[in-house]
Design a protein around this ligand. Sequence first.
Ligand code: GAL
Length: 480
Amino acid sequence: MLQKKLSFLQLFVIIAACIFLSGIKVQAQIPSNKTSITNGGNITDTQGNVINAHGGGFLKVGKYYYWIGENRHNDVLVSCYRSTDLINWEFRGDLLTRKSNPELANANIERPKVIYNDATGQFVMWMHYEISSDYSYARAAVATSPDIEKPFTYINSFRPFENMSRDCNLYKDQDGTAYFISSTRENRDMNVYELTKDYLTAKSKVATLWPDAQREAPTVVKRGEYYFMLTSFCTGWDPNQAKYAFAKNMRGPWSELKNIGSPMSYDTQPTFILPVEGEKETSYLYLGDRWDPSEYFNSKPIFLPLTFVNDTTMEMQWASELTPDTKTGDIVTLNEKPTQYRIKSKWTGKYLVLQRNKNAAVNNISDYRLSYTQTDLRWQIEPIADDYVRLLHVTSGKYIESTGKDETRLIAQNDSDTQQWKISYQEDGWCKLINKATGKALSIDRSQNKSDKLLVTTLYQEKYDPFYDKQAFLLAPVYE
Ligand code: GAL
């Protein structure tokens, strides 16, 4: 029989080992520290939960960057996360919920942004306030809190100077003057308001920008002598071409709008630009929403670096992965080149897809609304000689070809000219696809049969201008 008395020292060692091991166990439950941001998928917090901070923005307080945005789960409206490295985000709490105020019980809160008022010691949140699903309230709303991590006190909702106010953002200038920027007049114009000293209301309207240009999703950053305002066009949850303008004064004059990034903004809509001020340099980090038009909760945040070619030229490149260094201010990126495309029709705004009956030897082509998860929307562009390509539908393995009767179909690969297309780019980045056998352009239309609403692709003479939109396609890379 092994009976041995444990000495005090042995006991101490055993207890210490237990404490140490239990510590390891607790730590093992927390996902290990991430070292980079990977775009395309969900971004999780330090507990492994999906981050819900859509239409969000950042604010630096002390050593922490705060990320505050929309969260539509349960009764939550606005949530708060913090990070020191912009990679590992810790959930800190819900700042507004449906229960925060009776006015919020049925509200739809979008694009919340927070700035700090040095004079009042309050964090002030402005947001887009709606009740009805048709967005007809078109109001701004305001809430405050002395502590950025604690629930905010909702104050009110209103239309600044009776102006409709939808997509919006805040900008706090170096001298403490704050501005509210929001889409107005049914999203046709963009208004800039200077806020009162307490930031609780609009003091005056200082600019109405780009009348009738239909810009929304504004975000402002200042670099050197220039303010930059980045916006999107109005296409609901669908992405479009982001544009920016610059000015020496928030009141203007603002420059013309200039394209930035890809024609679909890498499938994102702007929500914020964060200057990452390090010891070595200041970099600019773009936060966009990749909204899923079919399922809001599948929407993903996308982080991209913004770079400047000169004082007034801003650029945005795709990055599949990025590592910001908050100490130096550097952002290292990795760019995996997309190999697949979605083919968007300018006329329908939807994407080419194989029509019905996947397993048949021959299929027609139809169109379908944007979906990031529907792999049937994906195509590959296979280069052949003389600038011609084949258009391969990825999941079926079939190719678009002309039947010779001005019709098109999807069928197994052959060597004929009927499957070969020349990509003829237009000035706006969209293209025509010219068939080698017929010299005619791929074109789309609704089926003649009225009961059949499906799209058909046909071939028309290339220069048939009234059908330009019907012949215009965007080869939109699948960025993931
Ligand atoms: C977008 C807007 C989003 C959301 C959406 C609803 O235009 O930027 O924040 O309001 O419309 O369709």
